[in-house]
Design a protein around this ligand. Structure first.
Ligand code: JIL
Length: 274
């Protein structure tokens, strides 16, 4: 019982940190140059987009429904998946992030970040002209069917009956679980909680930070992160009911370390639910 109380306190403290999360600042910190520089082969965002494109286009991923776990205020993580799945559900813990996503979806022109360079880059990865980005934007808006609240620390992270009984065909989650978990056991439990949202044999595409102990979710909003290494990611995936297909790692060069966190690397894991 004592352990459960400790778990609940850690998760509640983490939720309190997120009350000050600032989507606009967060997007500026992580989704503008140098971390999102499409003129540089070694920039982080092009690496992430290439991992997602490759993972979704090597012939083993298919189905109807893709669910993005902890979307935050970003959309890049769905720009390849929107061509493979005809239904996409976005999720986040905070209303401010769900609002940011809704603003883009409704195309009211009041978005905090211009996603055009991202759409152009993914068009290029698909062998299309970058000028096809309006079609890709329209496709993404067409397949997004819902933007829902989620809590990965709940044994049932989404409201009941949100998903088909068989579960989603694919989950994507980027930089969420390690940033919302007070420790490694909580990270592993959260992986287990979302595993139940996925049909057996369905794929998990997981992007996360290595060696990160904190990040700024806004000016002065320092949020603790459970520092992970590759071995811990692999063990946690295995312990929570996934078979790892591939793990890729990006190591940050000095100029990618811009003072908004202490990340040393980024991992991309493609896995299957057992
Ligand atoms: N209990 C919960 N369940 C689900 N989601 C939850 C919960 N609590 C908060 N959330 C939701 O999860 C959050 C997701 S954003 C988390 C930010 N992760 C750290 C940040 C990201 C980042 C980006 C790019 C790069 N890079 O090198 O290019 C590095 C890094 C490392 N720093 C946020 O949307 C919150 O609203």
């Amino acid at each position: 019982m004592m352990e459960e109380k400790g778990e609940k306190n850690g998760v509640a403290a983490m939720a309190a940190c997120y009350q000050k999360f600032d989507p606009v600042a967060y997007l500026q910190y992580n989704y503008t140059p140098p971390r999102a520089d499409f003129t540089r082969k070694d920039s982080i965002v092009p690496w992430k987009l290439a991992c997602l494109h490759r993972a979704l286009n090597e012939g083993d991923v298919s189905g109807e429904l893709l669910v993005d776990i902890g979307s935050g205020p970003t959309l890049y993580q769905l720009m390849s998946g929107c061509e493979v799945f005809n239904k996409v559900i976005l999720t986040d813990f905070l209303e401010v992030n769900r609002q940011e996503l809704r603003r883009w979806l409704q195309d009211e022109g009041k978005c905090s970040l211009d996603w055009t360079p991202y759409l152009e880059h993914v068009c290029k990865l698909e062998g299309r002209r970058p000028s096809a980005w309006p079609e890709k934007a329209a496709k993404l808006r067409q397949v997004i069917v819902d933007i829902l609240p989620i809590d990965v620390h709940c044994s049932q992270p989404l409201a009941p009956d949100t998903l088909p009984s068989a579960g989603a065909d694919c989950l994507v989650s980027c930089f969420c679980l390690e940033s919302v978990s007070p420790d490694l056991p909580a990270f592993t439990r959260a992986l287990g909680n979302i595993q139940k949202l996925l049909r057996p044999g369905g794929h998990l595409l997981l992007i996360g930070a290595l060696g990160e102990s904190y990040y700024f979710g806004g000016p002065g909003v320092r949020i603790p992160v459970v520092p992970l290494n590759e071995a811990q990611v692999c063990t946690s995936l295995k312990e929570s009911g996934y078979t790892l297909i591939r793990l890729e790692v990006y190591t940050l060069s000095q100029d990618m370390r811009v003072g908004v966190d202490d990340v040393t690397g980024v991992f991309f894991a493609k896995a299957k639910r057992d």
